[in-house]
Design a protein around this ligand. Structure first.
Ligand SMILES: *[C@@H]1O[C@H](CO)[C@@H](O)[C@H](O)[C@H]1NC(C)=O
Ligand SMILES: *[C@@H]1O[C@H](CO)[C@@H](O)[C@H](O)[C@H]1NC(C)=O
Ligand SMILES: *[C@@H]1O[C@H](CO)[C@@H](O)[C@H](O)[C@H]1NC(C)=O
Ligand SMILES: *[C@@H]1O[C@H](CO)[C@@H](O)[C@H](O)[C@H]1NC(C)=O
Ligand SMILES: *[C@@H]1O[C@H](CO)[C@@H](O)[C@H](O)[C@H]1NC(C)=O
Ligand SMILES: *[C@@H]1O[C@H](CO)[C@@H](O)[C@H](O)[C@H]1NC(C)=O
Ligand SMILES: *[C@@H]1O[C@H](CO)[C@@H](O)[C@H](O)[C@H]1NC(C)=O
Ligand SMILES: *[C@@H]1O[C@H](CO)[C@@H](O)[C@H](O)[C@H]1NC(C)=O
Ligand SMILES: *[C@@H]1O[C@H](CO)[C@@H](O)[C@H](O)[C@H]1NC(C)=O
Ligand SMILES: *[C@@H]1O[C@H](CO)[C@@H](O)[C@H](O)[C@H]1NC(C)=O
Length: 881
């Protein structure tokens, strides 16, 4: 029986084949040969680039294409990725084929007019436009250009195709005119079954005509910039099994979804729902197996309603403001393989999920559970690959059953109060990412298994030396040991794969091992706040084109700063402050064109002002505080750029002399008005300003902070009028110099000033009334000058105390000396020495602090700059779905 059936089928195929050849020969053998040569011309027009795909199964399909085989012209039907029917090329699947570069609109490809299927997904067309020539392929039914680095506008010709059955332009970052979208819908309403336009920016209301696409089974309109209300016509799309409207700001009236009973896959993250509706509708999709409502504005008790949907396999409910305990009906969802309840306000205790035995993905992070210990039942979830228990109020030790999770690849336990020693972590043999940071773990550093790529264990109480076995981690990309109590020196055997290495705030000593210079992938090196000695190794030059951040702050480095900065250098931040470095500023720093922050403060550097750094057009923060810089500050005429992007400069506690650098005041355009800093992605840092008891902290990305500190030098001459051009300044400190003349009234133009210190100079005359305009001034110090006359009154001037004015011949509030000739009992006494001493270090004193904390330390662009646990998690979640 089976055999008979087989023969029958075989016979049918044979007949078809013969028929096909006959027809082909009869009608179109000539044009067929043409088609093969058109294909071959297409091949010749494209480049192959092995870095143009992310799919491990990708290979260059066109590489094997060849016209000159014995098979002659017919051969192209046998080529990889080519499909023929009746002698014509009707299908071309070149997805994941390493194609690279733009396709011209008159490419021979578009003469293959019989094409019904064209799939170019997952190649790299290098941000070129989609070629309009596609419009010539009028028979096209299936077009897939997803994830292929096309950019710009979707050509109008695509919306004019009339036979489309499936169209996928997703994940490129394209734009589409809303009228073209409407045309597309109109022209293909009879045929279209799959429409995937995620990340095509259409930026309009979702038109009601979408309801005409009644044959649709897949509608993917995620992140299209649709606004307004989901049209009622959507209820006619009854064939839908897949609906993705995520990332739009669409208001979704629930009844419009009610008739979509075939839905299996529903993604509405970020959507807005009617207020005060119940969540009952969520129980009414009998086929739903995937539901993502993360960050949607739901306003309903979702957890109790959803307990009905026992067929669900994946459920993502992150950040929807869930409050209260997990209801018992929720425990019905035992078939779940993925569950995300993170970033809500769930309280009470977590019920046992022991019966959810197929879970592979579980995230509960960021909730308000009652304090709990890791229960033993976790050890039974032995299919788990992703487990996120960050910041869920865990305490106590990790039970041995937990080390049973041998499938786990990503494990996040940070921001809890876990304690104890963690020797068996190596039993999580499949680990790729492990985050134990921000707990109370003690003992020696636990060493994860050799597969591990990301290992965070900062902010614990680990001690002992870095174990040599850490060097067995072959694939390590990120190692964060900062904020512990680790001793000994940096092992000389760290793997070359490491890109991010943080050991700040420990008790390391010894020298930097030269082997660090062989870690050619190193992008971020943070050894700050240790006691590392020796000189900065000159071989770091080898890392010049990989290192983005070099932080050696507060150690005991000696000697000169070597010339390690080549013109391929990628540095964005260099912090060598608080060491014992000597000599001059290395001229090669001039090469660091990407540099945003340079901190050489608190060293023993002896040099003139490095005016040549002015050519670094991205430099935003320059700190030379507390060194032995000297000489006058002038701009040589040959300089074209003079710190055009500088927001913060601190030259305090040096021996600069001569006039204040008024030429620079004209050039520092970034200080002229509030301009946003573009610091290192989200590299978290803070600036502290302290003055008498008030500590202001500008944490994280301080968007608009601008400051000049020239205090405690030997500047002389007058305050130049041009200072008024620095209208973006929040902090100005010129104290303890030998500046004379009057306070220019135009300083009243520095309207954003929060702190002004000009104490300890030789300023004379009156305090100009114009300073009353400084509405944000929280701190003022003009003490120890030779100022006379009445103190301006009103506004902020009503808030300063005597200390602001000591050591002058001023009168009026707040001083007891009255103005207007009446003799006061106590003449103001000059007490220069006493006051400066008590002012230091309490006088305005600001430092840039780079916090080496793990989470949030380094967030970045998708394929770019920095990684943090948070970012890494986001990325891995995104690629998973
Ligand atoms: C290969 O592709 C990458 C991007 O994936 C690009 O940066 C590189 O320039 C391409 N190489 C050539 C030779 O075109
Ligand atoms: C498509 O839908 C719109 C609005 O829903 C309607 O006015 C129009 O007649 C429909 N067009 C076709 C071709 O069905
Ligand atoms: C749904 O389609 C029917 C006919 O196919 C039409 O009469 C009705 O107006 C449509 N509903 C909406 C809300 O567009
Ligand atoms: C739960 O399911 C039953 C039948 O499957 C249905 O009648 C009921 O309305 C559902 N409850 C909710 C809250 O959706
Ligand atoms: C879900 O759980 C509730 C309460 O635990 C129970 O009464 C109900 O029968 C369950 N429903 C289903 C469909 O399993
Ligand atoms: C887990 O998956 C297996 C295989 O798909 C299935 O047979 C089993 O019923 C599932 N268990 C639960 C609790 O859903
Ligand atoms: C450890 O996992 C095995 C199966 O992999 C399971 O049988 C055992 O109960 C688990 N132990 C604990 C303590 O959960
Ligand atoms: C660090 O370790 C030393 C012993 O090596 C111990 O005396 C000290 O208290 C520890 N510090 C902290 C903060 O745990
Ligand atoms: C730093 O190391 C030096 C010797 O290398 C030692 O004298 C000094 O006490 C250490 N400082 C601290 C704070 O541990
Ligand atoms: C203070 O100013 C007066 C004139 O206003 C001047 O005569 C005197 O020398 C100045 N004193 C100092 C110490 O500069």
């Amino acid at each position: 029986m089976a055999m008979a059936r087989f023969i029958h089928v075989f016979f049918l195929i044979l007949v078809l084949h013969v028929l096909e050849s006959a027809l082909a020969n009869k009608f179109s053998s000539f044009s067929h040969a043409d088609e093969c040569s058109l294909l071959f011309q297409f091949k010749e027009s494209m480049s192959i680039n092995k870095s143009a795909s992310f799919d491990s199964r990708a290979y260059p399909k066109v590489a094997s294409w060849n016209l000159n085989t014995s098979d002659g012209a017919r051969s192209c039907c046998l080529w990889d990725g080519v499909e023929c029917r009746f002698g014509h090329v009707i299908g071309l699947d070149l997805s994941s084929s390493f194609l690279y570069g733009p396709i011209d609109s008159n490419n021979s490809l578009f003469n293959l007019i019989h094409l019904r299927t064209l799939n170019l997904a997952d190649n790299n067309f290098d941000f070129s436009q989609i070629p309009s020539g596609i419009g010539q392929l009028s028979q096209l039914a299936n077009l897939n250009l997803s994830f292929s680095f096309f950019s710009g506008e979707v050509p109008i010709q695509i919306s004019q195709l009339r036979n489309l059955v499936s169209l996928d332009l997703s994940r490129n970052g394209l734009k589409m005119q809303s009228c073209d979208f409407q045309n597309l819908v109109q022209n293909s309403s009879e045929t279209l079954r799959e429409l995937s336009l995620s990340e095509v920016n259409i930026d309009s209301d979702l038109p009601a005509s979408i309801g005409n696409l009644t044959h649709l089974n897949t509608l993917d309109l995620g992140f299209c910039g649709f606004t307004g209300t989901l049209p009622a016509s959507v209820c006619n799309l009854t064939q839908l099994t897949f609906l993705d409207l995520s990332g739009n700001e669409l208001l979704i009236p629930i009844p419009h979804l009610a008739s979509l009973s075939k839905l299996k896959y529903l993604k509405l993250n970020g959507s807005i729902f009617d207020r005060n509706n119940s969540c009952d509708w969520l129980g009414k999709f009998p086929n739903l197996f995937y539901l993502d409502l993360s960050y949607a504005n739901l306003n309903c008790e979702i957890l109790s309603s959803i307990g009905n949907q026992t067929q669900l396999r994946e459920l993502y409910l992150s950040g929807i403001g869930m409050i209260g305990q997990i209801p018992s009906s929720f425990m019905n969802l035992t078939h779940l393989t993925a569950l995300d309840l993170s970033d809500n306000k769930i309280t009470g205790s977590l019920p046992s999920l022991e019966s959810f035995s197929n879970l592979t993905y579980l995230s509960l992070s960021g909730n308000n559970f009652d304090r709990w210990k890791l229960p033993d039942w976790f050890g039974k979830l032995n299919k788990i690959t992703y487990l996120d228990l960050e910041d869920v109020n865990l305490y106590g030790e990790i039970p041995s059953s937990f080390f049973n999770l041998t499938q786990v690849e990503e494990l996040y336990l940070s921001w809890n109060q876990l304690k104890g020693e963690l020797s068996p972590v190596a039993s999580w043999v499949n680990l790729r990412a492990l985050d134990l940071s921000q707990n109370m773990l003690h003992g020696s550093i636990p060493v994860p298994p050799p597969t591990t790529e990301y290992f965070f264990v900062s902010n614990n109480k680990l001690n002992g030396e870095i174990p040599p076995s850490i060097c067995d981690l072959l694939s390590l990309l990120l190692l964060d040991l900062s904020f512990n109590n680790i001793t000994g020196s940096i092992p000389p055997c760290l793997k070359k794969s490491i890109e991010y290495f943080f050991v700040s705030n420990n008790r390391l000593n010894g020298e930097i091992p030269p082997s660090i210079c062989d870690m050619l992938s190193l992008r971020l090196l943070d050894l700050s706040f240790n006691n590392i000695t020796g000189s900065i190794p000159p071989c770091l030059k080898k890392l010049s084109n990989s290192l983005v951040v070099l932080n050696l702050r507060r150690n005991t480095f000696q000697g000169t700063i070597p010339n390690i900065f080549t013109n391929e250098s990628q540095y964005q931040m260099i912090d060598l402050s608080e060491n014992k470095l000597q000599g001059q500023v290395p001229r090669s720093l001039e090469n660091c064109e990407s540099l945003k922050i340079l901190d050489l403060g608190y060293n023993l550097i002896e040099d003139m002002f490095p005016f040549w750094l002015g050519s670094l057009s991205k430099l935003q923060i320059l700190i030379l505080r507390f060194n032995k810089f000297h000489g006058t500050i002038t701009i040589p005429s040959k300089m074209t750029f003079n710190f055009p992007n500088l927001h913060i400069i601190d030259l305090s506690y040096n021996a600069f002399c001569g006039d204040l650098p008024h030429q620079y005041f004209q050039e520092w355009s970034a200080m002229k008005e509030p301009r946003a800093n573009e610091l290192l992605g989200s590299y978290r840092f803070s600036i502290q300003m302290t003055n008498k008891g008030v500590k202001m902290e500008y944490v994280n990305i301080i968007k608009f902070f601008s400051a000049v500190d020239f205090s405690s030098n030997m500047f002389r001459g007058k305050i130049p009028k041009s200072i008024k051009t620095l209208g973006g300044l929040q902090l100005l400190n010129l104290s303890n110099n030998a500046i004379d003349g009057v306070i220019p009234p135009s300083m009243g133009n520095l309207i954003r000033l929060e702190a002004l210190d000009i104490s300890g100079n030789k300023l004379s005359g009156m305090i100009p009334q114009e300073l009353v305009q400084l509405n944000f001034l929280a701190f003022l110090n003009v003490s120890n000058n030779n100022l006379t006359g009445p103190i301006p009154q009103g506004k902020q001037f009503n808030t300063f105390s005597n200390d602001s004015y000591m050591g002058n011949a001023l009168c009026g509030f707040p001083l007891s000396m009255k103005c207007g000739g009446s003799k006061a009992s106590k003449p103001p006494k000059v007490s220069f020495e006493e006051d400066t001493e008590s002012d230091f270090p309490n006088g305005i004193d600001w430092v840039v602090i780079l916090i080496g904390a793990v989470t949030g330390l380094v967030i970045g662009l998708v394929y770019g700059d920095y990684l943090s646990t948070k970012y890494y998690k986001w990325f891995s979640q995104r690629s998973r779905r």
